[in-house]
Design a binder for this molecule. Sequence first.
Ligand code: MN3
Length: 223
Amino acid sequence: MFALRPAARRALTFSAARSFTNASKSFVLPDLPYDYGALEPVISGEIMKLHHSAHHKAYVNNLNIAVEQYKDAEAKNDIAKMISLEPAIRFNGGGHVNHSIFWTNLAPKNQGGGGNPEGDLLKAIEGQFGSVDTVKTQLSTLATGVQGSGWGWLASDKQGKLQVVWRQNQDPVVDLTPLLGIDVWEHAYYLQYKNVRADYVKAIWEVVNWKNVAERYSAAKKQ
Ligand code: MN3
């Protein structure tokens, strides 16, 4: 893209090019890096299809609507309207960010899902938690215990210190770099695991893509 001075860019934004500018910035549902049924028997194809094509898609659609309305309110200096849109941006934006990470955190067993981390991530886990099993247990316990809807995360600070944290609803992890998320909203497991969230959380380790988690860990330390 060509560079414009801020004033010129603003002028372009509010000119005839506006619809083009906004359209080019819309958030898009990412493709899954595997088929809907590829994580079976751990996560059913029916769950994956609904989760991706209906739930995640709705977050993306509603995020785009809210951001569009926010831009209009900003153009009118309508601060009250801008503030009123923040919860929708937080919820749908968080949903989009969280699920975009989640899909890549998982992989079919024949594409690297399951097993154990290697390299720097393995060293960090062993140094800080003692063993991979310990971090799995801590994250599983935390995620299983989230009241209502939310996420459990393995996250890192910029020094590479790992933390196991949870977030309510679709609140994204923003004070740390999220590495591995476990979605414990009922839509993520109920069709298959019914009310037994603990069984879903226990099984999901069989399809964790540790290579993706390790890449996120390396990137977190370079920020
Ligand atoms: Mn979900």
